[in-house]
Design a protein around this ligand. Structure first.
Ligand code: NAG
Length: 294
């Protein structure tokens, strides 16, 4: 039995959604002719790096497409080698000033880019996503009052970085982060909220197989609130929504608004008011291996 708790008052809040698709067309215009690819690493070195990487990141292979075994390991080594080649080439270009960021051996270093996409990406956006009329609660600032920049982390409205692991639940993390932000702004309490409750219980979305943030907001509205991360922690897998479980409704929202498409002023206004929920195109190979700014 859980100890009784005095229910926290559910604040009436508003969350915002914006879906951004980053165009990759510009990348095609770069020319890297001045940076020759670095020398191929010796096989022995690649094997040593693979072994070191595995001891740090090697995860239990529960999925059928990644069943263990020597043959699988040989295949993984070759994928790792190919990724390392890509990473080394990118970093040589970064050293020459062609990129603003470096790549490295992330937990996805033994996955092909197709596997990475299938495993981690979960935004199932569509153009016809729910549109909502502007809410009167969304108090836009006048354009001449907009700050040049705002960092909601410094203003205490953003929780620690969370790890979605091998679950395509980005949509839930994105929506929950926006709700954590607006709750912090309105109530002064930064509370980490439960992605897992949304993943398990929002039947409009596909849990770890993907979803959209607007549905997550709507779920929280219909549900009358959302539980805390501490009370309903992330498991990294699709769970069943337990009808007998009494989830605390610690925070709720009363509306959400889509930021106007392709309108940076509208986005600037929204970001000045509160953290917004975004989906970005993370399907690129550079994103899979992103390590750090230079
Ligand atoms: C973009 O958004 C701003 C602020 O909401 C609005 O004033 C402006 O009319 C919009 N521009 C277009 C082209 O819709």
């Amino acid at each position: 039995m859980r100890p009784p708790r005095s229910p926290a008052p559910a604040a009436a809040l508003l969350a915002l959604a914006v879906a951004l698709a980053l165009a990759s067309a510009a990348a095609a215009r770069h020319t890297y002719a001045t940076v020759p690819p670095p020398a191929e690493r010796a096989d022995e070195e690649v094997r040593r790096m693979y072994a070191a990487w595995k001891s740090e990141h090697g995860r239990p292979r529960g999925n059928c497409d990644l069943a263990g075994g020597e043959e699988e390991d040989r295949l993984r080594l070759e994928v790792f080698r190919d990724n390392l080649r890509y990473i080394d080439a990118h970093n040589a270009e970064a050293d020459a000033g062609l990129h603003s960021f470096r790549l490295g051996l992330t937990p996805f270093a033994d996955l092909t880019v197709e596997e990475y996409r299938g495993r981690v990406l979960g935004f199932r956006g569509r153009r016809s996503a729910a549109r909502r009329a502007g809410s009167t609660r969304y108090l836009r600032r006048r354009r001449d009052q907009l700050p040049d920049d705002v960092d909601w982390r410094q203003l205490g409205a953003v929780t620690e970085v969370k790890n979605q692991e091998q679950c395509g639940g980005c949509w839930a993390f994105s929506a929950v982060a926006a709700m954590e932000g607006i709750n912090s702004i309105v109530t002064g309490n930064l509370i980490s909220l439960s992605e897992q409750e949304v993943i398990d219980c929002d039947s409009q979305d596909g849990g770890c197989n993907g979803g959209i943030m607007q549905n997550a907001f709507q779920f929280v509205i219909n549900n009358g609130g959302i539980d805390t991360e501490a009370d309903y922690p992330f498991t990294g897998t699709d769970g069943t929504c337990d009808a007998n479980r009494v989830n605390e409704k610690v925070v709720t929202i009363d509306n959400f608004v889509d930021v106007a498409t392709n309108n940076e002023t509208a986005l600037q206004e929204a970001v000045a008011s509160q953290p917004v929920s975004v989906a970005i195109d993370a399907a690129g190979r550079a994103f899979q291996h992103y390590h750090s700014v230079k």
